[in-house]
Design a protein around this ligand. Sequence first.
Ligand SMILES: Cc1cc2nc3c(=O)[nH]c(=O)nc-3n(C[C@H](O)[C@H](O)[C@H](O)COP(=O)(O)OP(=O)(O)OC[C@H]3O[C@@H](n4cnc5c(N)ncnc54)[C@H](O)[C@@H]3O)c2cc1C
Ligand SMILES: *[C@@H]1O[C@H](CO)[C@@H](O)[C@H](O)[C@H]1NC(C)=O
Length: 341
Amino acid sequence: MAAPKVAVVGAGVIGLSTALCITETCPSCSLTILSDQFSPNTTSDVAAGMLIPHVYPETPTHVQKQWFKETFTYLFAISNSAEASEAGIHLVSGWQIFKNTPKEELPFWSDVVLGFRPMTKAELQKFPQHQFGQAFTTLKCDCPPYLLWLEKRLKATGIQMHNRKVADLWELHSEYNVVVNCAGIGARQLLGDKELFPVRGQVLKVHAPWVKNFIRDGDGLTYIYPGIHSVTLGGTREKESWSLSPDAGTTKDIFDRCCSLEPSLQGAKEMEVKVGLRPSRQCVRLQREVLSQGGVKLLLVHNYGHGAGGFSVHWGTAKEAAHLVRECIAALQDSSARAKL
Ligand SMILES: Cc1cc2nc3c(=O)[nH]c(=O)nc-3n(C[C@H](O)[C@H](O)[C@H](O)COP(=O)(O)OP(=O)(O)OC[C@H]3O[C@@H](n4cnc5c(N)ncnc54)[C@H](O)[C@@H]3O)c2cc1C
Ligand SMILES: *[C@@H]1O[C@H](CO)[C@@H](O)[C@H](O)[C@H]1NC(C)=O
């Protein structure tokens, strides 16, 4: 059989990382990325890119933990390499604070991040409205740099990237043996998946180089995430809102909430306001599917629905998706060998 042709639809953090894993697990494949948007125009470009997991209610916890651990280990190695600065990967320490003591004191990821511990009384004095907190060190992927670095690595392996909107996955059937769907919220239209819904998030990027530690309110709504070149201030979680235009009232509200946690932000210069739609689902859809139409088959691998935590688990889910692609190709080679007998 000739080199199997694989198309990855989507060029956010999930599509790019999945493509990179496929080049590793299936070096004989001819790989193409098709996407209607590339960095800096994807949802992934809006994200703060912090490695703090979001919980998927219908994905088993041990699976979520495995994805997070694989992602953390992979990025930790990059953060310790000479590539760290270009890739936009860095360690960041800080605090997650709570107004009330959380029910479960230890989140499932507490032994994956570094140095997880309860905050001391002295640290808590910084946050008079909060009762309790956890200090730890985690990783952050700055975007767009991380996405551009993934693109650069992909181009170096010779893969094709085309600007193309796919209206129907069947369009790809005659050109490709396997199609990998990493379309994020775009999968709603592409597949009609009603379980997938947008959770709108608005953030501000500000210039405040003196802010070195992250601060996250345990309710997940207000956060301050310092990156290499800017600090991300958030945020909002608006279910089923499709609006991509920034709201001025929300911008002021986010800024005020962040200043109440870190008053020195009053002196920050606003750089930009961004909006993204988190591709949310009860669980990440990571599975093979075979579509049939009039006796013709289309082999698909899905990897979408990462909601508020795509960066935190992207490498783990990309590895699993690449493994599913390899299974599809093995099945194809098997049936083409049998056809020759
Ligand atoms: C404000 C905000 C803050 C966030 N902060 C964090 C954080 O700190 N940590 C974290 O882990 N996560 C965070 N997230 C979540 C994270 O951004 C997402 O989980 C992640 O970006 C999803 O990646 P994706 O590649 O699936 O989607 P996307 O980045 O949206 O990529 C989808 C790609 O598919 C393409 N596409 C879609 N439909 C089609 C089609 N029909 N034809 C061709 N191409 C198509 C798009 O053009 C795009 O390239 C945040 C999200 C938001 C909005
Ligand atoms: C991003 O979008 C802008 C505005 O539509 C466009 O001019 C630019 O070419 C896009 N960038 C990429 C890399 O597609």
